[in-house]
Design a protein around this ligand. Structure first.
Ligand code: GTP
Ligand code: MG
Length: 199
C-alpha cells in the first residue's frame, strides 16, 4: 500500500509572473499558499521527496512567481502549485498589488484547482491575513487545508500547546489542520491523505 502511493516522478513544468502566462490546466491542481518564508517550497520538496526541486531560501520573498510541478503518485497525476508568499515587510505597496492580482487571478479562475493548502508557521500567531484567505476560499468553494509548518522547531510540550492554540484560532475541523515538518517529515503522510480526499 505504502509503496503503491509512492511519488513516482516530480518535475517542474511552468512558471508565470502574470495570469496570461498560466499554463493550460492539464491535471488537477493543489495550491500551496501562505506567508513568505512559512516553508511552502520546503514542504513541496518534502511532499515529493526531492530536496532541491523547488528553490528554498532563508531570505523571505524567494518565490515571486507561480511555479507548477507535475507529480505522479501511485496512479494519480496532478500538479502542485507553489504560490508566491505574502506579508513580506520589505515589499512595496505596488508589489503587494501585483501579488494580490496574481494570486487572486489564480485562486478565482483556475478550474483545475482542487484544494488549497494554507501554510501556517507553528511559532507565529494566526492572523487576519490567514483568516481572510480562508474566508475568501470558502466563499469560492475552494476546499482548504491548513499545514502547520516547522513543527520540529519546538520541543514536544511547547509544540502541543502551540498546536492547540492554533487549532482553536483556525476553527477548521480537526482533520483539516495538519502538523508538519519539512525537516523531520512529520505529518507528510497525513497531509497526503488529506489532499487525496479532495482529489
Ligand atoms: P517564499 O518563497 O519566500 O515565500 O518562502 P517559502 O514559504 O517557500 O519558504 P521556504 O520553503 O523557502 O523556507 C523558508 C526557510 O524556512 C528556509 O530557510 C527553510 O530551510 C526553512 N524551513 C522550511 N520548512 C522548515 C521546517 O519544517 N523546519 C525547519 N526547521 N525549517 C524549515
Ligand atoms: Mg518559496
Amino acid at each position: 500500500m505504502a509503496t503503491a502511493r509512492r511519488v513516482r516522478s516530480a518535475e517542474w513544468i511552468a512558471a508565470a509572473a502574470e495570469p496570461s502566462g498560466f499554463p493550460p490546466p492539464r491535471e488537477p491542481e493543489i495550491a500551496l499558499l501562505g506567508r513568505s518564508n512559512v516553508g511552502k517550497s520546503s514542504l513541496l520538496n518534502r511532499l515529493v521527496g526531492r530536496r532541491g526541486l523547488a528553490r528554498t531560501s532563508g531570505t523571505p520573498g524567494k518565490t515571486r512567481l507561480l511555479h507548477w510541478y507535475r507529480v505522479e503518485r501511485g496512479d494519480d497525476v496532478f500538479a502542485l502549485v507553489d504560490l508566491p508568499g505574502y506579508g513580506f515587510a520589505k515589499v512595496s505597496k505596488a508589489e503587494r498589488k501585483v501579488w494580490q492580482r496574481l494570486v487572486e487571478a489564480y485562486l478565482d479562475g483556475r478550474r483545475a484547482l482542487r484544494v488549497a493548502v494554507l501554510l501556517q508557521d507553528l511559532r507565529r500567531d494566526w492572523s487576519e491575513d490567514e483568516s481572510l484567505l480562508l474566508d475568501w476560499l470558502a466563499e469560492r468553494r475552494v476546499p482548504a487545508l491548513v499545514a502547520v509548518t516547522k513543527c520540529d522547531k519546538e520541543k514536544p510540550m511547547r509544540r502541543a500547546l502551540r498546536e492547540r492554540a492554533l487549532r482553536s484560532a483556525i476553527g477548521l475541523p480537526v482533520e483539516r489542520v495538519i502538523a508538519t515538518s519539512a525537516t523531520s517529515g512529520l505529518g507528510i503522510d497525513d497531509l497526503w491523505r488529506a489532499i487525496e480526499r479532495e482529489l
